[in-house]
Design a protein around this ligand. Structure first.
Ligand SMILES: [Zn+2]
Length: 223
């Protein structure tokens, strides 16, 4: 365990305190399988547990994708965040985390990201991580709650993005989350936009095709 994790130096986006937090060494991540929505399963340690950085001094949480806070944002955003998410003060999540601590760290990052109006694609990514952690815990109700939230953020991301580089990824996630939420008509609409020659080179096109085909076969078998 010790050599799989290392201490990464971070600077808090809110209070500028420097701290270290655990990360999984990328050369020690071993993927054993993957779901159709790109949830990976790992041997040894799950790197998702350590993706959200939580400042041990002020409790502000952020992923490596978050943009810095502007000076005039810091006070108002942090005050709102603290009231909502830290009624018991800042937790220390900088050491080895269990699944509940990993879930807490992402919920804090979601709250902080929402407060600072972080890009919808990053908020969607956090919601997917939360859904995946709950999936691994077999907590279906909580998994669906975060798939629903991810689906909404992906729709905003898809509609407001400035370039088309991520189109295929958004369409895949919109189709797959709709499928898992039982919304077949919506899933069909998103996948029909994905399964076009424009997106033939998308790296995960086969995963998406298989997920959609499996669900259609299930429906046909039902009758
Ligand atoms: Zn801080």
């Amino acid at each position: 365990m010790d050599d799989i994790l290392y201490d990464k130096h971070c600077e808090c986006l809110a209070c500028a305190t420097e701290f270290t937090t655990k990360k999984v060494r990328s050369n020690r991540m071993r993927t054993i399988s993957r779901d159709s929505d790109l949830c990976s399963y790992f041997a040894d340690v799950n790197p998702y547990y350590y993706e959200s950085n939580v400042c041990p001094h002020c409790g502000f949480a952020f992923t490596d994708s978050f943009s810095p806070l502007r000076a005039n944002q810091k006070e108002s955003i942090y005050a709102d965040y603290k009231n909502h998410y830290l009624p018991q003060g800042a937790p220390n999540l900088c050491g080895v985390r269990n699944v509940n601590e990993a879930i807490l760290s992402f919920k804090l990052a979601l709250g902080a990201g929402f407060a600072k109006k972080e890009q919808p694609r990053f908020l969607a990514g956090i919601c997917m991580r939360l859904a995946w952690l709950y999936r691994a815990e077999k907590n279906t109700a909580a998994e669906l709650e975060f798939l629903e939230a991810a689906n909404r953020f992906f729709q905003v991301a898809y509609e407001t993005q400035q370039d088309s580089l991520s189109d295929a990824h958004f369409l895949h996630m919109l189709g797959d989350t709709s499928l898992r939420l039982g919304r077949l008509d919506q899933a069909r609409q998103w996948f029909s936009q994905l399964f076009t020659p424009t997106h033939a080179d998308y790296a995960h096109i086969d995963l998406a095709r298989e997920a959609w085909a499996a669900r259609k076969n299930e429906q046909n078998a039902k009758g």
